[in-house]
Design a protein around this ligand. Structure first.
Ligand SMILES: *Cc1c(COP(=O)(O)O)cnc(C)c1O
Length: 380
């Protein structure tokens, strides 16, 4: 941020928080210069404010993007992106393993506005190619899906999207730019929910969109401000603080997860362990090829004994809070069948492998022995 003369010759080291909802402008000529983009400046915080700008610039660099637009939540980022791209009559091709609210946005809200969606198993590239035979505005997929942790073949999907002249939107929330930068290998738009690992402390709700095409930035910013999806300065300021430790947190948590994923199958009461870093995972090779280091901090475990075993785990592993989110510095757990996939019908749950005994662990940065002890408590 530019030097603030009110501090004299020195400057604060920590970035300031600017809560101002509006900015004063000296005269009409300056107003014109700011509005026409000839000079920098802020006018109204719903459009733009310094804390969002600073965070967007910083994250854009980390994503290998040219620009970033911050939004009030991860869903704000998904909504702003899709609303910026589609018009009535358009079509989106979506992965069959998207975040529940993203699927709902497509199948209920956008559908209501005359946008159609084709839901496709994108781990099968032939299916994607078939879907692309009909015109589509965008492919949307997550780098690592929830809760089966399927990894997107971004380079291959990028080639297909380019050939058919459509956007490739990657929701990179489970990987973060620390582990993977989709824009470097063919994605045209990246979405992050900063509520998860990037924020890292379960104390902000925030999202962001990143890309290289300047026209898209204009469209997404416009949708963001018109639909009122703007981020709060306080949450952006908190996220700037999180960025300072992001690399350390994400790498430490992923290294812990990789070790625990190898150890968990040896524990009694554990029927199956899903982690892309394990050779037993269908996307092991892809994860190894695409990601730098262990592929994330999420492990999905199927316990023997179904729902009651999960209940037992939650009641005894009292130091692993059960909460329907992920990415905290501390280890937490969630229950896909009852939270993220609660309203998915039984048939579809079965197809995705979401059983009553499935527990999703978000591994934290505690010393690994502490996490192991807490897990043992829950499994016994
Ligand atoms: C949580 C999440 C979102 C939504 O983010 P919010 O900040 O909760 O709105 C979107 N995509 C993925 C993969 C998520 O995990």
């Amino acid at each position: 941020m530019d030097a603030d003369r009110s501090f004299g010759l020195s400057q604060p080291v920590a970035s300031p928080l600017y809560t101002s909802a509006v900015y004063s402008i000296p005269d009409l000529d300056v107003l014109d210069r700011i509005c026409d983009g000839k000079e920098p400046g802020y006018i109204y915080a719903r459009d733009k404010h310094p804390n969002a700008q600073q965070l967007a610039d910083e994250l854009a660099k980390l994503e290998s993007a040219e620009w970033g637009v911050m939004t009030a939540s991860g869903m704000g980022a998904v909504s702003a992106t899709l609303m910026a791209i589609v018009s009535q009559g358009d079509r989106i091709i979506a992965s069959d393993q998207l975040y529940g609210r993203t699927t709902q946005l497509l199948t209920t809200e956008l559908f209501r506005l005359g946008v159609s969606v084709s839901i496709v198993d994108m781990s099968n590239l032939d299916h994607v190619e078939v879907a692309l035979a009909q015109p589509a505005k965008a492919l949307i997929i997550e780098t690592i899906s929830n809760p089966m942790l399927r990894v997107a073949d971004v380079p291959a999907l990028g080639q297909l999207a380019e050939k058919h002249n459509c956007e490739l939107i990657l929701d990179n929330t489970f990987a973060t730019p620390v582990l993977f930068r989709p824009i470097e290998v063919g994605a045209t738009i990246v979405i992050e929910s900063l509520t998860k690992m990037i924020g890292g402390h379960s104390d902000i709700t925030l999202g962001g969109v990143f890309g290289r095409n300047p026209d898209l930035q204009k469209r997404i910013s416009q949708v963001m401000t018109i639909w009122g999806l703007s981020p709060s300065p306080f949450d952006c300021w908190m996220a700037m603080r999180s960025l300072a430790t992001m690399e350390l947190r994400v790498r430490t948590a992923a290294e812990n997860a990789a070790k625990l994923a190898n150890w968990l199958p040896t524990q009694s009461g554990v029927r199956k362990v899903y982690y892309p870093g394990l050779p037993s995972h269908p996307d092991h090779g892809l994860a190894k090829r695409l990601m730098s280091g262990p592929p994330g901090n999420i492990i999905t475990v199927e316990l023997e004994g179904g729902r009651e075993a999960v209940n037992g785990f939650m009641r005894t592993a009292i130091d692993i809070p059960f909460c329907p989110s992920l990415g905290d510095a501390q280890t937490t757990c969630s229950y896909p069948a009852g939270t993220s996939h609660r309203y998915v019908d039984l048939e579809e749950k079965r197809r995705l492998g979401i059983t009553d005994g499935l527990l999703r662990l978000s591994i934290g940065i505690e010393p690994i022995d502490v996490i192991r002890q807490n897990l043992v408590k829950g499994l016994s």
